[in-house]
Design a protein around this ligand. Structure first.
Ligand SMILES: *Cc1c(COP(=O)(O)O)cnc(C)c1O
Length: 435
């Protein structure tokens, strides 16, 4: 359907919005609102697309590590495991625990974070995490000591900051020299930390990681980063004799949230990266590393929508029209954080003319609790269902209980049927830990 940026959306015989072929009005009636809905087929096909692209183009194998932070619950890891995804990245004890509980192979986990605590490192050792992406000298020292107690040699990558500015929102740039993450190449810190890692007894350095940012639509900053990282591999080889066997170029491929956003050819992006790495490696005389990317958003974002029920419509003449819904900032903080733009639809008439232009407001005691402003939509009234498009990434995973609001369920659509991947939180869930 050309009307929707998401390929999983369509229109039923009765004119209602569908996701994965299922009428969203039935989902709203069956599971209530607010409600996240995700199409499993999109998630699976995107995972396959990435791993197939690496199989086809990488000079020395590799694949995609799903970035857990984009969308984390047990079903995600079950799907990734069933698809045989190359791996997953995790950044917290909770993500590790969820992956383990879902039966995801822990040797295929890459554990990130700029400040892993001693407890985090021990949990990773306990759970048998395959690779730790180490960020600092302090972490390396603590990890080597802890691995010694476990009589383990822990495989690691080192997080390196290549100094690439991808020109995206400044809160989601992570690969420039001035960053809390990793060791910059340009200051010499990266080479120092490599030498330190190589000197430690219980650590096996497999290679390097970098992550330049998120929601990037142009392959060129990734190619620049790959170029800089391969040069770094060559430089390290020359100065220390150590040759990296793995290179993880992070996440960040852009997602089309609205029809104003460009399309990103993910397979083409992987291909350009693989080609750039192959060429640079042969030019500099280093072996092509196993290559990885860490897509999060581009695997899940356009698999998801959120359904809400309208509570009130308030027109302020000369100003704007507020439409209040039964969710908001607690289930989708992205407008409050980044002024992210979304498309919305009246769920039972998504092709109707969008003659209204509204500010979609949540139910929190915050004026900033908005899903968006200046949003075109079909006319709506109390009781109508609104669908917000492309909410599969960084919505459920960023959800909070602000104002003591229970979090919505995640309903998965698969093969024309639905199931709950995450149940709706109850008020009892909210007080469960209160003493
Ligand atoms: C956020 C992040 C990702 C995922 O980024 P997307 O834009 O969702 O693809 C991958 N790796 C690291 C280290 C990250 O911080």
């Amino acid at each position: 359907m050309a009307q929707f940026v998401q390929s999983c959306l369509g229109v039923s015989g009765s004119g209602h919005l569908t996701i994965g072929g299922v009428d969203v009005m039935d989902i709203a009636a069956g599971y209530g609102t607010p409600c996240y809905v995700m199409d499993e087929a999109v998630i699976r096909s995107r995972m396959r697309l990435y791993d197939k692209a690496f199989a086809d183009f990488s000079p020395n194998g590799g694949g995609a590590l799903f970035a857990s932070k984009a969308c984390c619950f047990k079903a995600m890891y079950r799907i990734a495991a069933e698809e045989g995804l190359f791996g997953a990245d995790a950044v917290s004890p909770g993500e590790l625990w969820t992956a383990k509980a879902a039966g995801f192979p822990m040797e295929r986990i890459y554990f990130h974070g700029n400040n892993k605590t001693d407890a985090d490192l021990r949990l990773a050792l306990d759970l048998g995490v395959g690779t730790i992406v180490a960020d600092s000298r302090e972490e390396l020292g603590a990890l080597s000591a802890a691995a010694g107690e476990y009589r383990k040699k822990q495989h690691i990558l080192l997080r390196i900051t290549p100094g690439v500015d991808p020109h995206t929102h400044k809160k989601i740039i992570t690969g420039s020299v001035d960053s809390k993450f990793g060791s910059p190449i340009s200051t010499g810190a990266a080479l120092d930390i490599v030498e330190y890692a190589l000197s430690l007894p219980n650590i096996v350095l497999d290679g390097f990681h970098c992550h330049i940012g998120s929601q990037i639509f142009d392959a060129s900053p990734f190619i620049d980063a790959a170029d800089i990282m391969v040069r770094f591999i060559a430089d390290v080889k020359e100065k220390t004799g150590y040759e990296a066997s793995k290179l993880d170029l992070g996440g960040g491929f852009g997602v089309r949230y609205t029809s104003d956003d460009p399309e990103f050819d993910y397979r083409g992006g992987v291909r350009s990266l693989c080609d750039a790495v192959r060429e640079r490696c042969s030019e500099l005389g280093v072996a092509a590393p196993v290559l990885m990317l860490e897509p999060g958003r581009s695997i899940v974002a356009d698999a998801g929508i959120t359904l809400y029920t309208v509570g009130s419509v308030k027109e302020i003449p000369g100003f704007r029209t507020y439409v209040s819904i039964d969710g908001g900032m607690p289930d989708n903080p992205r407008y409050a954080l980044y002024q992210s733009v979304y498309e919305i639809f009246k769920a039972d008439d998504p092709l109707g003319e969008k003659t209204a232009c509204v500010t979609l407001g949540g139910r929190c005691c915050e004026s900033g609790d908005l899903i968006g402003e200046n949003m075109p939509i079909q006319p709506v009234k109390r009781g109508d269902i609104i669908a917000v498009a492309v909410t599969g990434a960084y919505n459920y995973s960023m959800a909070s209980n602000y104002n003591r609001i229970p979090r919505p369920p995640v309903v998965m659509v698969s093969g024309g049927k639905t199931y709950e991947a995450v149940r709706r939180e109850s008020c009892d869930d909210l007080i469960r830990l209160d003493v």
